[in-house]
Design a protein around this ligand. Sequence first.
Ligand code: 5AD
Ligand code: SF4
Length: 508
Amino acid sequence: MQQTRTLEITELKKKAEQMRQDQTQASAREELERQTTFMVENRDLWCEGRRYFIMTYGCQLNENDSERIAGLLEEMGMVAADDVETADMVVLNTCSIRENAAGRFFGNLGIIKNLKRDRPDLITVACGCLMRQEPHVDRIRKSYYFVDLVFGPADIYRLPELLNRRLCDKRPVYEVSNTKLIVEDLPITRKRKYRALLSIMYGCNNFCTFCIVPQARGRERSRKPAAIFKELQELSDASYSEVMLLGQNVNSYGKDLRKSEDYMSFPDLLRHAASDFELPLIRFMSSHPRDIDEDLLRVMAEYPNIERHLHLPLQSGSDRILKTMNRHYTLEQYLKTAHKARELIDDLAITTDIIVGFPGETEEDFQATLDVMREVGYEQAFMFIYSPRPGTLAAKMDQLDPELVKERFMRMTELQNELSRRAMEAQVGREMLMLCEGLSAQRDDRFAARSSQNYLCNFSLRMSQLPERLRQLAPEQLGAVLEGRFARVKITGAKSFSLEGEMVELIL
Ligand code: 5AD
Ligand code: SF4
């Protein structure tokens, strides 16, 4: 009897949650219609034929946001400018994760201030994570009053409406909200024609004590699987070679949908992405060691079109520091996952993020981190000097001497250079399938490509290996043709962070 009642209550709760979600979906659809009306109006009012230039700071999530902003602007008739000097609108999509990103933003605003003196009609937009922090917005208000439009990362879908307000009334518009609404089916202009970024969720619930992201991007909100699958189908139809699924912590994807019919875990989502669409390569970023489970590793092992690469941010190798960082895993748990991943997935590259100089880090803690680096043998690591972010718990803790931290950072970099070089050298002599990215940044007789492990390779080719019609092309034209195509490459040499190779065969 009791059991039936509990079941009934669970069912009722599920229905209530479904109703709430349906209502949210209805408001998202209404919002899309509203914004579409503003888009049509803005086109005639100002946008048609005008040029925009977007500066993106920070991570791939921001890059993806910029692609949505570009999509909206182009839907209103605007076209991309080659540089800021020829633009009618400049958009600065900011990042707040470390202090230098904020510094670069204000530096660039200074440059735009000068530009604006000669061209008062230039519309300046500031958006992204930094706008969620009141002190920065205040600084813009006081010192950079020429900024026309300010909005937060959750407000991108409202760009048509906000721009309309600015165009109709010459006063600046400041709108930074923490709305949870996810508006689907917004237009998007992707930066690359072969690699697509796809955000599967927004925000983060983790509250690592050093990190500003949960404040800047709000709580976790997952897109519904159906919306993600629709986008995957579009990407497959458009013959994209690579899709990168993005989230601050992809392993907690779906947790907020748990009570509704839309629930799906990340391993299941990844499994569907790999098996139901014709997508040659699927990447994902980032995994939180706390939430990762064996199911995910098994899905990775099962599908060859999922990358042989796992980004597993360590942050610190000391349990004491991990605890003050509020990371919710112990070193033992972390190492267990890393070893299991290597055991289950052949030929896997593990990369990581590490913070040096977190408050209270002793030489012993630091040594423990170096030990983990040696034990896991990271193929690559992104190492950061701790940067106190106002509003986070760690910023209030006693800070270390910057000179000491710099010295630790150098020692850590040296070790990682050695580990990366060894990992690269181990690839020499192999033949690997690689996705071409175009002309190499180093030499114009080389082309760049990336392996499933995310190893970068600069390779040469012989004209006789190419189809007749490609042989007359200049290197940059050939680079553009090769972008997004797969090639089999023989690895002939290794540097610290890249490989050298010779093309064996062009595949697609
Ligand atoms: N200082 C330095 N590095 C940071 N990161 C996040 N916040 C900070 C900070 N305050 C790093 C973490 C995270 C990566 C994206 O940025 O290593 O994994
Ligand atoms: Fe920041 Fe931690 Fe969330 Fe990553 S998991 S975004 S480091 S709070």
